[in-house]
Design a protein around this ligand. Structure first.
Ligand SMILES: Cc1cc2nc3c(=O)[nH]c(=O)nc-3n(C[C@H](O)[C@H](O)[C@H](O)COP(=O)(O)OP(=O)(O)OC[C@H]3O[C@@H](n4cnc5c(N)ncnc54)[C@H](O)[C@@H]3O)c2cc1C
Length: 486
């Protein structure tokens, strides 16, 4: 008998979503990730959980409706990671006419009819906080509801849930070769050691590596795909309101500017064809300038390329370079050989549904329990989405040394599992050494023991974004602490 029913190559959102779905349906699953979970494109997504106005403009109504239904599911199963927000599109005299924006948003409201989020509205920004950050000529904006997500933590907590349901998650484990017969025989380099495992099926969820993994690891014809790069920039916080701005750029694209980690603004996206090594996806200077210019058309406070504190870039495969996003999921099981599932691209919003459909394709090969992921909360997500503030309050009442910002970050990252980190602490020093004002030894230990964090960057850029503000002395102390705790 094979060691596993399903071996998954790739620990991005697609890979972990397949792992969670399959493990919960009773399959014996192993996931192999060559680096850290979410270290690829999945930590550079636009962080939107949305129906996608661009799809609405292209008249893909069914797709929008499906995505909005998924948005509601995410709010229910991940109320800590997925937060509702009001999005604001300032009307611009040179861009889409007001009547068009208004009718789009009315249709958007209709397509999201089951959602409990507020409907769209027209706002006079001269008397509204939305207007404070905008240049003077903007008098009107159109507001609507959608959600944002912490994309990296979505990957990690999906993997945690998969593991809780029996999946084996191996980070630092690269699949270098897989021989296909009645079952797959995989060779992996797992933290420096060569290992061989067998599996009844493989899922290639290696993102921008999909073609090279197909050709060099699995030795099957690569799928017909295009590689696309997506870029975003992070600058100091440009506005105080708790909105996401949607700017109509002069090239017709929609550019998002969102509050990011309290003190910053995330602006994106720029995208274009990608060539090169997916392990090194760097943002070009002209793309940085493109996003700065897009923001400068609208915001009063000007930004220059030197103001960019971080760039976020990812590459993935898409079926159609023109849309820049369409993913695919295929099953290949010719000649009575072990099945091969391939899943790449796609957006964060529909990742759960796509994984569910991908795993369902394997039903002819294994007995499997029914679909389940739409109803089961991710770890820590066992509360209603409109009770987020109550969770924060509860935490502050019990652990009185926590400030509001700290409690919000903990609930946003861990949900109800924040309590497991805080334990019996009566004061902050009970949580061990502090690495800056936010991170404590207790949290670091938790991340190492429960969430596969191995190196400081795993914590500073994926399990959190504390790397944006942490001093180099604190980073060094963190590195020493983690080395000693290993
Ligand atoms: C241009 C572009 C536009 C996008 N637009 C949107 C959008 O508008 N909205 C939205 O929600 N999302 C968007 N996304 C989607 C999102 O960023 C990701 O595509 C999504 O998170 C799924 O990623 P993934 O799991 O396929 O790939 P990744 O996150 O890159 O994961 C693949 C993983 O496979 C691992 N791997 C590779 N080879 C091996 C091996 N041999 N052994 C072990 N591990 C291996 C890699 O290390 C990597 O971690 C866009 C993506 C791109 C590229």
């Amino acid at each position: 008998m094979a060691d596993y029913d399903l071996a998954i190559i790739g620990g991005g959102l697609n890979g972990v979503s397949i792992a969670r779905d399959a493990a919960g349906r009773g399959l014996r699953v192993i996931l192999l990730e060559q680096g850290d979970l979410g270290a690829g494109a999945s930590s550079a997504s636009p962080r939107l959980i949305h129906g996608d106005l661009a799809s609405l403009e292209r008249r893909h109504f069914l797709r929008v409706r499906r995505a909005l239904a998924e948005r509601d599911i995410w709010l229910r199963i991940a109320p800590h990671l997925v937060r509702p927000m009001r999005f604001a599109i300032p009307a611009h005299s040179d861009e889409r006419p007001d009547w068009q924006l208004r009718s789009w948003l009315l249709l958007y409201d209709r397509l999201a009819s089951r959602s409990g989020l507020p409907a769209s509205a027209t706002v006079d920004v001269t008397h509204h906080p939305i207007g404070n950050a905008l240049k003077r000529p903007f008098g009107t904006a159109f507001e609507y509801s959608d959600c944002v997500v912490d994309d990296s933590r979505l990957v990690v907590l999906t993997a945690v849930d998969a593991a809780v349901r029996g999946a084996v998650i191996r980070t630092g484990a690269r699949c270098t070769r897989a021989e296909r017969g009645k079952e797959w025989r995989l060779v992996t380099i797992d933290r420096g050691f060569r290992q061989v495992i067998t599996a009844r099926a493989i899922a290639n969820a290696s993102g921008a590596w999909t073609s090279s993994v197909a050709e060099t690891v699995l030795r099957v014809p690569p799928p017909k795909v295009a590689a696309v790069q997506m870029d975003q920039i992070v600058v100091r916080r440009l506005f105080d309101s708790d909105n996401i701005y949607v700017f109509q750029n002069s090239d017709g694209r929609l550019i998002f500017a969102s509050p990011y980690e309290r003190d910053f603004t995330l602006i994106g996206t720029a995208s274009h064809a990608f060539k090169g090594d997916p392990a090194i996806v760097a943002m070009a200077a002209n793309d940085v300038a493109y996003l700065c210019d897009a923001a400068n058309r609208y915001f009063r406070e000007r930004i220059e390329t030197v103001d960019v504190v971080r760039t976020l870039s990812g590459a993935n495969m898409v079926r159609n370079a023109a849309s820049g996003r369409d993913g695919a999921m295929t099953l290949d099981h010719e000649r009575a050989e072990a099945p091969l599932l391939t899943m790449f691209g796609g957006d964060v919003t529909t990742s759960r549904l796509r994984a569910e459909r991908a795993v369902s394709k394997l039903t002819p090969f294994y007995p499997m329990s029914p679909r389940w992921t739409a109803k089961a909360p991710l770890p820590g997500g066992d509360f209603a989405w409109d009770r987020f503030d109550n969770e924060v309050e509860e935490l502050r009442e019990r652990w009185r040394f926590l400030g509001d910002d700290q409690a919000r970050r903990l609930v946003g990252a861990y949900g109800t599992n924040a309590k497991a980190i805080l334990g019996d602490a009566k004061e902050r020093s009970d949580l061990g050494p502090a690495f800056g004002p936010e991170l404590t030894g207790a949290e670091v230990r938790y991340l190492m023991q429960k969430e596969w964090a191995r190196f400081p960057d795993d914590i500073l850029w994926r399990r959190s974004k504390l790397g944006l503000t942490m001093s180099s002395a604190d980073r060094e102390a963190l590195a020493a602490f983690m080395a000693a705790a290993t």
